[in-house]
Design a protein around this ligand. Structure first.
Ligand code: URA
Length: 230
């Protein structure tokens, strides 16, 4: 694997950021300065600023989930899965769930402690959704979404709701109940036609086409761990 890809997989930087580190002479492979065209194999020793980098360890991946893909490792109905889309050498699993027809930002990791905490509403990781809905929500409907709506499994926590275009709502929640956004919008009279998650905590989909994934940067991992109070 090329050195910049290896560094990105190790969570050191994006590929472009890795190129900068290599050009700055901060990366060595088996004691020799790494070059942009250096290839790395599993037995090679890679160091950044003289510190050895772990080959695999913990992995953190952001996927732009396309529609029709299920958020599980295996689907009894044989549909494609997010785990199948992310061909990563580490066994990463999704944090929380997006419905099969929901698209957008999905975090996958093998960091069990972080995954557990991020899935817990106590840590208040914001999830921002854009919903295309039936009808055009009035300010009263948005206010209800913000105050919390009564669902069969209890009242939802305070949220933020904004109408961004006719029939389009941006909803920010930190809970992660099953079908929560669809149920909230249906409860205020605006069933969801299409749902897309544009942000998960600090993670946005900039530059990721549907179906594409990338490794998180070290800064993003640190920030997520901080938000989960780790
Ligand atoms: N809320 C939903 O209703 N569906 C999702 O996929 C995510 C949040």
């Amino acid at each position: 694997m090329r050195l910049n890809a290896w560094l990105a997989r190790a969570g050191v930087a994006s590929r472009r950021g890795a190129d900068e580190l290599i050009k700055a002479g901060r990366v060595t492979v088996n004691g020799e300065p790494g070059q942009l065209n250096t290839f790395v194999e599993s037995r090679d020793r890679v160091e950044l600023d003289g510190r050895p980098l772990a080959k695999q360890g913990l992995a953190y991946v952001l996927l732009n989930k396309p529609p029709g893909v299920v958020t599980t490792a295996r689907d009894p109905q044989g549909r494609p899965t997010v785990v199948g889309l992310v061909e990563h050498e580490a066994r990463v699993v999704p944090v929380g769930r997006l419905d099969a027809d929901t698209t957008g930002a999905l975090l996958l990791t093998n960091d069990g402690e972080l995954a557990y905490r991020l899935a817990h509403p106590r840590y208040e990781v914001d999830k921002v959704y854009v919903a295309h809905v039936d009808g055009d929500p009035e300010p009263q409907a948005l206010a209800r979404l913000e105050r919390g709506v009564e669902l069969e499994d209890g009242r939802t926590a305070p949220a933020r709701a904004r109408r961004t275009a006719p029939g389009r709502v941006e909803l920010t929640v930190h809970e992660g109940r099953k079908h929560q956004v669809k149920r909230m919008l249906a409860a205020v009279g605006h069933p969801v036609r299409r749902l897309h998650r544009v942000r998960y905590g600090i993670l946005t989909l900039d530059g990721l086409a549907p179906g594409e994934w990338r490794e998180l940067t070290r800064t993003e991992v640190d920030e997520l761990r901080r938000s989960a109070r780790l």
